[in-house]
Design a protein. Structure first.
Length: 286
């Protein structure tokens, strides 16, 4: 990713620390600035009633302490990376989206607490993943993902082509190889009386899809000659295949929506399964 700023939602939880550490390494690779955002929806503590001023001050002090801890994580993981801290009173989604203006990337853990509670299991994470106008990275899975390939779900849709472009940039900055993944479910062999035969040979279809991937990859291979690439055509659901690949990858990249085997990558079941079950960080490209 070649963004100038990386916005990180922090709340002090272990997943938040993991997301902050991942973002720090990414910022060092791409010469980006880290923007740490902690949102406290202090109103739900009853701050609008008596004692609201005290509760608000307590919330602000807690937010500043959380941000200081997160800044220390960045300093330890990537010394020299510029850090901006923002404590925001209000809901986390608007806070993160406001901070992520001007082509930034949003990075979050797979779940949190406080203002970022149940980040991906509840409405906050789903709203970010579904509606953020910038790329969103969900950091989850193995604690050390420094090795492995960058895997990209490709189905030929405009969204998956955007994901492929981002995947090549990510692979280049990591000196990693890139795997272009196309998944599909072959037709079930017919049986019984008066059943039409299978309309295509699976081996031939696999070869066709490999050829299609090679054609899509060609201009990017020329632009990034140092990035080693391979294609993977696998039988099964897109979510199942990409989750399987995530066990050895260091990053899985998908678009927000596609067609065919990667249909509805974000707004449908595929993207949601990835952010819940992938074994490495997931980059969602808009």
């Amino acid at each position: 990713m070649n963004k100038t700023r990386i916005v990180v939602g922090v709340d002090g939880s272990d997943p938040s620390v993991a997301a902050t550490r991942w973002a720090a390494h990414e910022a060092r690779r791409t010469s980006a600035t880290i923007v740490l955002v902690h949102a406290v929806d202090w109103d739900y503590y009853g701050a609008r009633f008596d004692g609201g001023t005290i509760l608000r001050e307590w919330a602000e002090d807690r937010a500043n302490a959380t941000l200081a801890d997160a800044a220390a994580v960045v300093g330890a993981a990537a010394p020299g990376v510029a850090v901006d801290r923002r404590a925001v009173l209000g809901s986390p989604v608007p806070a993160l989206l406001a901070a992520a203006a001007d082509t930034a990337t949003i990075v979050v853990g797979n779940r949190g607490r406080g203002g970022f509670g149940s980040l991906l299991l509840g409405s906050v994470g789903q709203r970010l993943a579904t509606h953020a106008p910038v790329p969103v990275v969900v950091v989850r899975g193995r604690p050390d993902v420094g090795a492995g390939a960058v895997a990209v779900g490709v189905d030929g849709s405009p969204s998956s082509l955007d994901a492929l472009a981002e995947g090549f940039r990510a692979a280049a900055s990591r000196a990693a190889r890139l795997i272009a993944v196309r998944a599909y479910i072959p037709p079930t062999p017919p049986w019984g009386v008066d059943v039409e035969p299978v309309v295509y040979d699976v081996a031939d279809r696999d070869a066709e899809l490999h050829a299609e991937l090679d054609e899509v990859l060609a201009p990017w291979r020329e632009k990034f000659p140092d990035v080693a690439t391979e294609t993977l055509v696998a039988h099964g659901s897109a979510a199942g295949v990409l989750v399987g690949v995530s066990h050895t990858a260091q990053l899985v990249v998908v678009g927000t929506r596609g067609h065919g085997s990667v249909a509805g990558t974000l707004t449908g079941s595929v993207g949601l399964q990835l952010v819940h079950h992938a074994d490495c960080p997931v980059l969602i490209v808009r």
